[in-house]
Design a protein around this ligand. Structure first.
Ligand SMILES: Cc1cc2nc3c(=O)[nH]c(=O)nc-3n(C[C@H](O)[C@H](O)[C@H](O)COP(=O)(O)OP(=O)(O)OC[C@H]3O[C@@H](n4cnc5c(N)ncnc54)[C@H](O)[C@@H]3O)c2cc1C
Length: 411
């Protein structure tokens, strides 16, 4: 027998739960069902922010996002902004604290608090969550959506697709939502790729031998014609496979994207972010009897200082005033503009978010209703929007989920 509901939401992640809460609050007489394929709910909320869940950021603006146009992204973020988000969580019993970086975390430092509060709010809004109920397909027949899985089928007047992207596929977000959107007439961006993802280097690269080392660095992206495309300065982590840390994660989507069209685009690292190559060269010139290795180890971990000298083929005992002009130039470049022979990335399994998805141009942003398929609403990571590290991706899920929720019963 086919079950009936007014609204079916597929996906009980951040966006789907938010949509469910606001749909339940706004349309209390409608029967609203959330379906999720996972055995345990909220996997991504629980792992976020190292188990502390970085709920949002103190200052969210569209410049922290990529994908669809910034104007379109701004329109959505404005409808449910950071003060509204913090007030919403406060009302749910989750107070947020601001860390020095501007990131907002629950005062409990526990992601479980966030998930429990959202699930409680869903229940209180009279919305039912059914899981594990993986959805295989969705059809629109006679103005009603027929949602089908191995468990049976549900028919609904309106349908919210909140299935996320492809990052962390074991959480249940494996990209099947894109197929469902396609089957209802949507385009998906030409590229779907991992973002906020660690980058790999050849196994024998010296950075891989520095595993565990963390320091602030600037990562820059240049086109093959030499134009600077992106630059991020933040904590950088050397690992056995290459590089990670906030600077690299933020950088990754720009690098991966650029490489599609410009295979010769170049990534560089500046280990002394406050210094240009010319300034570094001038400092090396003024070293006198001090060795470059000693000079560097006052500014960075000694292991790295030694490794950079080795890369520039400078003996650790060489004094500054013994360096040739060529050696000085090579060392300054190795320190401030070292080319990174990036061999790849760690893929969706290690990516925090997905770049690409359903273009916002196919969505009415006042309601998050599809322009292509009336009655269908889209929110969260399935949209072509990805944010920087720091709470921006959840903010997108809260804002777009809110809009879909308060609009969906009007269909
Ligand atoms: C390790 C990690 C850490 C992160 N940390 C942060 C952070 O601290 N701050 C931040 O802002 N962002 C963070 N993010 C990103 C953030 O978690 C996501 O952007 C956000 O959760 C996306 O929400 P969503 O609801 O759109 O999708 P998801 O959270 O992916 O939820 C989609 C849901 O849909 C379900 N689903 C998918 N397909 C089907 C189907 N066919 N049938 C039924 N159900 C289906 C899935 O089981 C899942 O529950 C992190 C991500 C990862 C992977």
């Amino acid at each position: 027998m086919t079950e009936q509901a007014e609204v079916v939401i597929v996906g009980a992640g951040a966006a789907g739960l938010m949509a469910g809460i606001w749909a339940g609050r706004t349309f209390p007489h409608d029967s609203i069902v959330i379906l999720d394929g996972a055995r345990k709910l909220g996997a991504k909320i629980l792992v976020a922010g190292g188990g502390r869940c970085n709920v949002t950021h103190d200052e969210v603006d569209a410049n922290a996002y990529a994908g669809s146009s910034r104007n379109a992204i701004k329109k959505v973020l404005r409808r449910f902004d950071v003060p509204q988000t913090t007030a919403f969580f406060r009302e749910l019993g989750v107070t947020l604290k601001r860390e020095e970086t501007g990131k907002l975390f629950p005062t409990t430092d526990s992601a479980q608090t966030v998930l429990d509060a959202l699930l409680r709010a869903v229940r209180e809004a009279g919305v039912m969550i059914q899981y594990p109920r993986r959805v295989q397909s969705i059809r629109k027949e006679n103005d009603r959506f027929r949602v089908v899985g191995e468990w049976g089928e549900i028919e609904a007047k309106s349908f919210v697709l909140a299935t996320g992207g492809r990052s962390l596929p074991k959480s249940g977000s494996d990209g099947q939502g894109y197929e469902m959107a396609r089957s209802l007439g949507h385009q998906i961006t030409r590229r779907i790729f991992p973002a906020l993802v660690p980058l790999t280097l050849p196994k024998d690269h010296f950075i891989c031998q520095l595993s565990g080392l963390t320091l602030p660095a600037t990562i820059e992206l240049y086109s093959s014609s030499g134009k600077k495309i992106a630059a991020f300065t933040d904590s950088t982590l050397c690992t056995h496979f290459g590089l990670s840390g906030p600077s690299i994660l933020d950088f990754s989507r720009y690098y991966i994207d650029a490489k599609f069209d410009d295979p010769n685009a170049i990534a560089t690292i500046n280990w002394l972010p406050e210094m240009t190559t010319e300034q570094c060269e001038a400092e090396l010139l003024a070293l006198g009897r001090m060795s470059p290795a000693r000079y560097l180890s006052q500014r960075m971990p000694e292991r790295l200082a030694r490794a950079l000298c080795e890369q520039a083929r400078i003996d650790s005992g060489t004094h500054g005033d013994q360096l040739t002009r060529e050696q000085r130039k090579t060392l300054a470049r190795t320190i401030t503009r070292l080319e990174l022979p990036i061999s790849g990335n760690r893929g969706f399994t290690y990516a925090e978010v997905t770049a690409g998805g359903i273009p916002l141009s196919e969505i009415r942003l006042e309601t998050m209703e599809s322009r292509v398929c009336p009655g269908l609403y889209l929110c969260g990571e399935i949209c072509d929007v990805d944010g920087r590290i720091g709470g921006y991706n959840f903010q997108w899920a809260w804002s777009s989920g809110y809009i879909a929720g308060v609009s969906v019963g009007r269909a």
